[in-house]
Design a protein around this ligand. Sequence first.
Ligand code: IMP
Length: 424
Amino acid sequence: MAVDLLLGLQWGDEGKGKIVDVLTNNYNIIARFQGGPNAGHTLVFNGRKHVLHTIPSGIFHDEATNLVGNGVVIDPVIFKGELDKLAEQNVDYKNSLLISRKAHIILPTHRLLDAASEASKGKAKIGSTLKGIGPTYMDKTGRNGIRVGDLELANWKERYRTLADKHESMIAYYDVEIEYDLKELETEFFKAVEVLKSLKFIDSEEYIYQAQKSGKTILAEGAQGSLLDIDFGTYPFVTSSNTTAAGACTGLGVAPNQIGDVFGIFKAYTTRVGSGPFPTELFDEDGETMARVGNEFGATTGRPRRCGWLDLVALKYACQVNGVTQLMMMKGDVLSGFKTLKVCTSYKYKGNVIEHLPYNIEPENVEPIYSEFSGWNEDLTAMSETSQLPQALNHYIEFLEKELEIPITIVSVGPDRKQTIFRN
Ligand code: IMP
């Protein structure tokens, strides 16, 4: 069986967790392939909100197996926190959660290095979640990292010490003030590592291969969004992994010709948290309304998200680099009540009108050109069928489908599992 992918097409926070949860009934295995606790995947059901950071969003379904793939970076302390919350809710994760031996471990000093690096950048800071993601991937590509499989070796603590000592000298090099008590952080870390070690570690590429061969259905769950991809995002204001479809191949060991459907998730407008260019960003009442109605605060850091109109130029680009086969539009309900909606359909760039994403989308280079649409006033949150959707929203959806040449198969009208409309 081919492996289906589910990816965010903007700057993250599109609502991937909700849709994975909704789709899990169709899959035997849900697998995370990149990122780490910088992600915050929110699921709402039975009147309760759940936020997952590293654990795949299929974990609340008894029949699904959840795999943390080799491309993921794991902070044992945050991971333990997630497990504790699952245990409180009687989720039996022991048998349904598998971890790749090739996933890398985030050390306490990776987090400190992240903080030191950001502090040293001053105004040019990336706006990192400070979870140690960048430094951990740097150690991965620098071939210094500690992997989950290493935790099974007798000498892993010696390797830990060598790396942590090196990190401490690097922190000193940054010459910024960071207060920390490494002893305390390490006590917490080693305790959490023991909990991690009680889970099932596997050779995940072999597991995925055999699962495919035996006809199991697999959904690869992306984190962050395509515009935060280390290669194709708004560099340097990006995360440190490949958030696009190719990341699922390297982050799970799935061959490119084994990829099936690619589900692309986008919000009906755009948000971004952290620094970096955002051509359609709003600094007016419309932006404030989106932030308030959409409750636009980061699920991991609580930071307010920047809001703006939908950017079709960027969305087309994301569909292109990912090979999206189906689109899922989130938070359509947040746009109820706007008299007029705008969609950016091209950019003015160096005196020309262009319809592709150029190398540089800083405000001094790019000016968005908008098409306008009539809004709607109906409250969508109780709607469950396409026939109930307002005419103006249908028009908005059909315009996007025509421009992107990809069907929109799900329209989400609220955070709850149930607030999901399937379109044929
Ligand atoms: P890092 O991945 O923590 O290093 O953060 C790099 C950039 O990506 C920052 O602008 C973050 O705000 C952003 N970022 C990282 N993870 C997420 C996410 O899951 N959702 C939205 N933005 C994210």
